[in-house]
Write a protein that binds this ligand. Structure first.
Ligand SMILES: Nc1ncnc2c1ncn2[C@@H]1O[C@H](COP(=O)(O)OP(=O)(O)OP(=O)(O)O)[C@@H](O)[C@H]1O
Length: 637
C-alpha cells in the first residue's frame, strides 16, 4: 500500500531492530508478568518485589543491548578512570608522608633526593591523572552519545512500526514524552553520571586503601562511617524510586496535554477553550512541580547528611591522630596526609549522591522507554509472505468478522463481499456504522478477527508488505502534507519519480494549474508563507500522489463539507481522473461521488443492509434512496 496509509509496520523478520525487547517476550500463557508487559503498567507507581525485579531486568536488558557497539570503549574508559584516580589519590601522601616525613629531613641534611623524588612522583601522578581525565571524558561522551543515538533511533522506529490500534490508545503526546524528556533523563545519567560514579568510587577506594596502608587505626574510623552511609543510601533508594516514577508519569501527562492543545489548536480557539486548557495545563504542571520538589527534597536530605557524616569522620581522625602525634605514635606529616585524605575521601560522596539522583530519574525513564520497546505491533508480516507482482484489484471478504479488541463488541458482522477488479464502490451509512472500519481492514491497519480478506485471491495477512503497499493506496480525508516542496509531496509514494512523471500526475488529476500559480511552482514549500494551500488543493496534491503510485486498488475517505462548490467541482474532476479503471472503495459523502460509482454499499451496525447500483437502490426506496433524496435536496436539485 502506498505511503498514505503506511505506518511502516515492523516485519517478523526485521533484523534491524536490535533493541526490540518484544522479541524476548514469552508466549502469554507462560508469562508471569503479562500484566507488566509493554506499556500496560505505565501509570503504576508501586510494585511488589518480583515485579520490581522484572522491570529492572527489562531496563538493564535495554541498556545492555544499547551498549552493544561501545562496550570495548566503556571498558577502556573504566580502566583509564581507575588509573587516573589512583594517581590522583596518591598526591596527598606524596605531599604529606613522603615529602614531609621522608623528604624534609634529607633536605635539611643537604640531600637533594629529598626534594626531587617527591617532586618527580607528584608530577608523574598529576600528569597521568590529568591526561587520562581528558581522554576518558571524550571516550565517555562518545560512548554515551552513541547509546543515546541508538535508543532515539529505536524509539522512533518502534513507534512508527506499532499498529494503529496502539497509537489510538497511547497518543502522540506520550510518544513525544518518551522520545524527549525520558531520553533526556537518560542523557544526563550517561553523559556525566557514570563517569562521575566510577571516578568517585575509585577515588574513595584508593584513598581509603592509602589511609589503611598508612595508618590502620584511622582506617577503622573510616569504616565506622560506612554504617550510617549504607542505611542512608537504602532509605534514599526506596523513596526516590517511587518519587521519580511519579515525576515521569506527571511529566508525560503534562506533555500529552500540551501536544493535544497544540495539535488541536483550531478546535481550542474555535470553541474558546484557551482558558480552560490553560487552567488544566497549570494544574498538571503544578502536579509535576510538586512531584519534582518531593524527589529533590529527598536529595536535599541525602546530600547534607552525607556531608555531616564526612565532617564528623574528619573530626574524629584529627582528634585521635592529634593525641597520637602528641604521644609520638604518629608522624605530623603523615597525620596531615591522613586528614587531607579523610577530608577528600568524602568529597566524591557529593558526586555519587548526584549520580544516584540522576540514576533514579533515569531508571524511571528507562522503565518507560523499555516498556515501549517491548510493545509488539498487532499487524505483522508473516515469515514467508506471498508475492503478488501484478494485481488486477479483485477484493473478497469471506465470512469476515472484526472486533477492535478481544473483549470489545463485534464492529463488523460476518461479511461476504466480492468487489470485482475495476469496480467503483461507494460505501455509505450513518455515522458509526462501520464504513471506516471496512476500509481500514483493506488498508491493513488491522487484520480481520475471523474469516478471510483477499486481494486477487491472496489472503491479505499472507501478502508481502511491499506488494500490499504497491497495490493498495489510501487517500485520507486530511490529505496530510509533509514539510517540503509540492514536488516532494507528490513524489512521496515514488521517490525515484522524474520531474516529468510528477508533472504528468499533477496534470492528470487537474492539480497542475494551481501548482503553477504558486510562487515557486512545484518547488513551493508547503509550510512556508505563500505555500499555504486550501483544503481542496491539498486533496488534489494527494490525488496526484496516489496517481503517481498507480495502485490497483484505491481507498478514499472522502472529504466532507470542508470544500466550497468550485473546489468540490475541481476535486470531483480530479477524482474521476484518478479513479480511471482501478478498483475503488470510496466512503462517500457527496451526491456527485455516488453518481460516478458502479455500486453502492449501505452499511448499518456493521452489516451490509443494501447493495446494488445507485439506480437500483434509489428505485428500491430504502436507506440509500432516502439519503439520495436528502442530498439532492441540499444540492437544490
Ligand atoms: N479504534 C477503535 N477502537 C474501538 N472501537 C472503535 C474504534 N474505531 C471505531 N470504533 C467503533 O467501531 C464502530 C464503527 O466505527 P467506524 O469508524 O467504522 O464508523 P464510520 O461508519 O466510519 O463512522 P463515521 O461516518 O462517523 O466516520 C463504531 O461503533 C466505533 O465506535
Amino acid at each position: 500500500m502506498s505511503e498514505q496509509t503506511s505506518n511502516g509496520r515492523a516485519t517478523a523478520g526485521d533484523d534491524t531492530a536490535a533493541l526490540d525487547l518484544s522479541k524476548m517476550t514469552p508466549p502469554p500463557e507462560q508469562d508471569d508478568f503479562a500484566h507488566l508487559r509493554g506499556t500496560a503498567a505505565e501509570e503504576d507507581v508501586t510494585f511488589d518485589k518480583e515485579e520490581r525485579k522484572f522491570i529492572r531486568r527489562r531496563s538493564l536488558a535495554l541498556l545492555w543491548k544499547a551498549s552493544a557497539g561501545v562496550r570495548g570503549k566503556l571498558l577502556l574508559t573504566a580502566i583509564a578512570v581507575i588509573v587516573s584516580q589512583a594517581a590522583q589519590a596518591a598526591t596527598p601522601f606524596i605531599a604529606g608522608g613522603l615529602a614531609i616525613d621522608w623528604g624534609l629531613p634529607r633536605l635539611i641534611d643537604g640531600d637533594a633526593t629529598g626534594l626531587w623524588v617527591p617532586a618527580a612522583l607528584y608530577l608523574i601522578c598529576a600528569v597521568t591523572a590529568g591526561s587520562l581525565l581528558y581522554w576518558y571524558t571524550r571516550m565517555t561522551a562518545e560512548a554515551s552519545q552513541t547509546m543515546l543515538y541508538t535508543l532515539r533511533d529505536e524509539v522512533f522506529r518502534k513507534t512508527q512500526a506499532l499498529s494503529l490500534d496502539f497509537h489510538e490508545d497511547y497518543t502522540s503526546g506520550k510518544v513525544i514524552s518518551r522520545q524527549t524528556s525520558d531520553l533526556e533523563a537518560l542523557r544526563e545519567l550517561l553523559d556525566g553520571g557514570i563517569n562521575q560514579l566510577v571516578q568517585g568510587i575509585m577515588f574513595m577506594l584508593f584513598t581509603t586503601v592509602y589511609i589503611w596502608i598508612s595508618d590502620i587505626r584511622s582506617g577503622l574510623v573510616l569504616l565506622c562511617a560506612v554504617i550510617p552511609i549504607y542505611f542512608l543510601g537504602r532509605w534514599y533508594q526506596k523513596n526516590a524510586e517511587v518519587a521519580y516514577r511519579r515525576t515521569r508519569i506527571s511529566s508525560a501527562r503534562m506533555i500529552v496535554h500540551f501536544v493535544e492543545s497544540m495539535t488541536g489548536i483550531r478546535a481550542v480557539q474555535a470553541y474558546r477553550r484557551e482558558d480552560a486548557r490553560s487552567r488544566q495545563y497549570r494544574k498538571l504542571a503544578k502536579i509535576y512541580r510538586d512531584d519534582m520538589v518531593r524527589s529533590i527534597g529527598l536529595f536535599g536530605v541525602l546530600q547534607p547528611s552525607l556531608m555531616l557524616i564526612g565532617n564528623l569522620s574528619v573530626a574524629a581522625v584529627l582528634l585521635w591522630g592529634g593525641y597520637r602525634v602528641l604521644e609520638g605514635d604518629l608522624g605530623a606529616g603523615l597525620l596531615l596526609g591522613i586528614v587531607l585524605s579523610t577530608k577528600r575521601v568524602f568529597q566524591p560522596l557529593d558526586m555519587i549522591a548526584m549520580f544516584y539522583n540522576s540514576l533514579q530519574s533515569a531508571t524511571a525513564a528507562l522503565e518507560k522507554v523499555s516498556g515501549l520497546l517491548e510493545e509488539t505491533p498487532n499487524v505483522r508480516q508473516v515469515k514467508d509472505p506471498r508475492r503478488l507482482p501484478d494485481c488486477a484489484g479483485e477484493i473478497e471478504f469471506r465470512d469476515a468478522e472484526f472486533k477492535y479488541s478481544a473483549d470489545g463488541p463485534v464492529v463488523m458482522q460476518k461479511l461476504d463481499l466480492h468487489i470485482p477488479a475495476g469496480q467503483t464502490l461507494a460505501v455509505v451509512g450513518r455515522t458509526g456504522a462501520g464504513k471506516s472500519t471496512l476500509v481500514k481492514l483493506l488498508a491493513r491497519f488491522y487484520d480481520v478477527t475471523s474469516g478471510s480478506l483477499t486481494l486477487d485471491g491472496v489472503e491479505l495477512r499472507e501478502l508481502a508488505e511491499d506488494d500490499h503497499h504497491r497495490h493498495v493506496a489510501m487517500v485520507t480525508q486530511e490529505a496530510f502534507l509533509f514539510s517540503g516542496s509540492i514536488r516532494e509531496n507528490i513524489a512521496l509514494s515514488q521517490p525515484d519519480a522524474t520531474d516529468d512523471q510528477v508533472i504528468e500526475a499533477a496534470k492528470a488529476v487537474g492539480a497542475h494549474e494551481f501548482i503553477m500559480s504558486l510562487p515557486e511552482g512545484y518547488d513551493t514549500d508547503v509550510n512556508k508563507r505563500g505555500g499555504r494551500i486550501s483544503a481542496g488543493q491539498r486533496q488534489l496534491v494527494s490525488f496526484a500522489r496516489a496517481f503517481l503510485a498507480d495502485p490497483a486498488v484505491l481507498i478514499l475517505d472522502e472529504a466532507t463539507s470542508s470544500l466550497d462548490l468550485p473546489s468540490e467541482q475541481l476535486v470531483q474532476q480530479g477524482l474521476e481522473r484518478l479513479l480511471g479503471n482501478r478498483t475503488a472503495l470510496i466512503i462517500a459523502h457527496r451526491l456527485s461521488t455516488v453518481a460516478i460509482a458502479d455500486r453502492v454499499l449501505v452499511i448499518d451496525e456493521g452489516r451490509v443492509v443494501e447493495d446494488g447500483s445507485p439506480e437500483d437502490l434509489i428505485a428500491a426506496g430504502g436507506y440509500f434512496s432516502k439519503l439520495h433524496s436528502a442530498w439532492s435536496a441540499t444540492m437544490g436539485s
